[in-house]
Design a protein around this ligand. Structure first.
Ligand code: DGY
Length: 427
């Protein structure tokens, strides 16, 4: 690793701010030009943390515009389509959602509530009124998660499309093999016009992505149908952990705002998840993994999502065998790569270092993993991952993700959330 001067970090900070400004479309940012020309849900949450380092008002605006697209049932959608852009497929007509502005039919991990807390903590005076205005919207979204995505009150969250979690993660290879794609029809991908094919999901994946979207559209996005009969129903530790963290942050918001009834309601969710999440501990792999709810089959590999258990607030370093077991996995995984944290276990045969969610390092995952590791007392591991993130950006700029093997930048360029994570950590 090379030693950088503080001055070069200042230049990187200016570049990162410029990316946020360039990708600003007036109150919301796009993840990157052409490849992702709309507002994405969890992108906006992370991006707000970058804006907060130099324009706090704009940081709040990023979250406020996201919530403009909230559905009447409380769901905050994963994409907000404010203008039809031919560079992206599938666009609003494929989802057929009757909303203004048009949106996708899925959600994404609720990082926004945690971001609201962090923005508030940056400046209470600026934050209090804006947090108050957003509180009931966050509460409605979390209620939606616990009601619609955990209908049997199991204490974990079901996803209904990979786009709600980690698009082409190897977790879905087996569940995907059972999906009948004969009705998918012809379609034209646009992503391959903008980025290297090796960094993207394959046609095998897209045929299934679109088949699942078709099912949602034909069933008018009825959550009950999607969760009980849909073609893709997976219990996902990643979204469960992020929601659990966000529930704790929502409870902080409720306490700060004197919303005592909401505080008690949130406590019930917290207790349920603390107990229920152990159902996602794969006894064979000895880690949290996804579980196919259609077949009852566990996924046989460890993704970066497992390590978000610490971000959720579980497994402090003084407790539990599970915490120690996870840390042993993390140490082994980090010892196999030059840069952590890989999105997937490099010892697994399905590991691919540059293909999107099958191996690359994501600055946003690192941000959550490091927060959790630090909070739970694993400061050396946290420091390793944080340093690696800084070095990846110093060497490779602001791509969508990086190879953990050699640090090569991959996917989209000038990526807003990568720039935002630099700002949040290193500016
Ligand atoms: C895509 O189109 O690749 C997105 O990840 C969907 O959210």
């Amino acid at each position: 690793m090379t030693t950088q001067t503080p001055q070069s970090d200042n230049v990187i900070t200016q570049q990162a701010q410029a990316i946020l400004r360039q990708n600003d479309r007036g109150g919301y940012t796009i993840p990157t030009d052409r490849l992702y020309p709309y507002q994405w849900n969890w992108d906006s949450a992370f991006v707000s943390l970058g804006f907060a380092t130099f324009d706090l008002d704009r940081a709040w605006k990023e979250i406020e515009t996201l919530f403009e697209a909230q559905w009447p049932n409380g769901m905050v959608p994963h994409i907000v389509f404010r203008a039809d852009d031919p560079n992206y497929f599938p666009g609003p007509s494929v989802y057929g959602v009757q909303q203004d502005p048009p949106t996708s039919g899925y959600t994404q991990p609720p990082v926004a509530t945690s971001a609201i807390r962090w923005l508030y903590e940056t400046d209470h005076n600026v934050g209090e009124a804006r947090m108050r205005a957003l509180f009931s919207k966050c509460l409605a979204w979390h209620r939606w998660f616990h009601r619609e995505r955990d209908p049997d009150q199991q204490g974990f969250i079901t996803i209904t499309h990979p786009w709600e979690a980690r698009d082409n993660a190897p977790d879905w290879d087996k569940p995907f093999a059972n999906i009948d794609v004969s009705g998918v029809g012809t379609y034209q991908r646009r992503d391959l016009n903008h980025v290297d094919v090796d960094a993207r999901p394959k046609k095998f994946d897209y045929d299934r992505y679109l088949t699942i979207v078709k099912y949602g559209r034909e069933n008018e996005w009825d959550q009950n149908i999607l969760v009980s009969q849909g073609p893709f129903r997976i219990a996902d530790p990643g979204i469960t952990f992020i929601l659990h963290r966000a529930d704790r942050d929502l409870q902080f918001l409720a306490a700060t705002l004197g919303e005592t009834e909401a505080e008690a309601e949130i406590q019930q969710w917290l207790t349920r998840t603390e107990q229920g999440v152990s159902k996602l501990w794969n006894p064979e792999i000895q880690a949290y993994t996804t579980l196919d709810l259609k077949t009852g089959e566990w996924f046989d590999g460890i993704t970066c999502a497992a390590f978000l258990a610490f971000y959720a607030g579980l497994h402090s370093n003084e407790t539990t065998d599970k915490g120690a077991t996870l840390i042993a996995h993390l140490e082994r995984i980090l010892s196999k790569v030059q840069y952590g944290l890989p999105g997937f276990d490099p010892d697994h045969p399905a590991f691919e270092p540059v293909r999107y969610w099958r191996g690359p390092v994501w600055a946003i995952i690192n941000y959550m993993a490091v927060r959790g590791l630090e909070e739970q007392g694993y400061s050396e591991l946290a420091q390793r991952i944080r340093n690696d993130t800084g070095q990846l950006i110093r060497n490779g700029g602001f791509p969508e993700h990086f190879s953990p093997v050699d640090g090569a930048p991959c996917g989209g360029k000038n990526f807003t959330w990568t720039a935002a994570m630099w700002l949040a950590w290193f500016s």
